[in-house]
Design a protein around this ligand. Sequence first.
Ligand SMILES: [Cu+2]
Length: 296
Amino acid sequence: MKLRNILFLVAYAIALTAVSLWMGQVSYSWFPPQASAESLLIDKLFAFLVTLGTFIFLGITGVMIYAVVFQRAAKYDYSDGPHIEGNIALEIVWTAIPILLVFWLAGYSYYIYDQMAIRGATEVSPLPMMSGKTATVTPDEPNEAIEVLAKQWSWVFRYPENNVTSTELHLPANQRVRLALKSEDVLHGLYIPAFRVKQDIVPNETTNFEFTPIKEGTYRLRDSQFSGTYFATMQTDVVVESPEAYQKWLSEAAKRKPSPANNVAASEYAKQSEKAFKTGWPTIVPAEPPVVNYPT
Ligand SMILES: [Cu+2]
């Protein structure tokens, strides 16, 4: 192989790696703010996948463009290309590399999933191809399990220790949180994009779900499941505040007399049923607006 080609390939590989690493860094800006400990892990994994994907994509398209530009047949040359029988070594290489890559991706993703420990405390031993340092992840025991009741179409959060109910999820910053997820009717999905966590909620069972909010602020919680006509209205705010502000909110909410919360689905349904034109199609009647200490 000519020296010039080797130098070209090396230069191309270096440029490719640089662009891929840069793209991986850029991918952090595609997401909402990192508001949970889990989001740091997820974004790292995603950036790794983007880097790898960019390297493979640019690598392959680069070779194709090179072939089209520099290996084109001469004008009026309609002869066949050289007859290539196949190359065992090459075939072993281009089979082994993807296999190793897939194992690496699977191992790394599982490692990240285990670190997140979203289904409760766990101990992680390092996978051989990782940094080798022992990462014992025993997240702090959550203070209390906040009960989450999902129904068509509203969220109700209950803080059992203070007997406070709310239609807005308040959480203390930098403390492990456990949610006990329940559904009163169909499948719903608790999804907080800023925390990069999502958990389906199955009727007739309680699903424990844990994460650690790290950034004070207000974020959006959405239903990630199509739970019927008004599923898109099944949204509310997640307020992450300092532990002091959180305790203050809890004690103030506890003093409030429960009152009905605003419920978009119920009001839209009411409007719908007032309309002259009736489709006649049966639809699920939204549950009564929740009566809570802290209605939003
Ligand atoms: Cu829902």
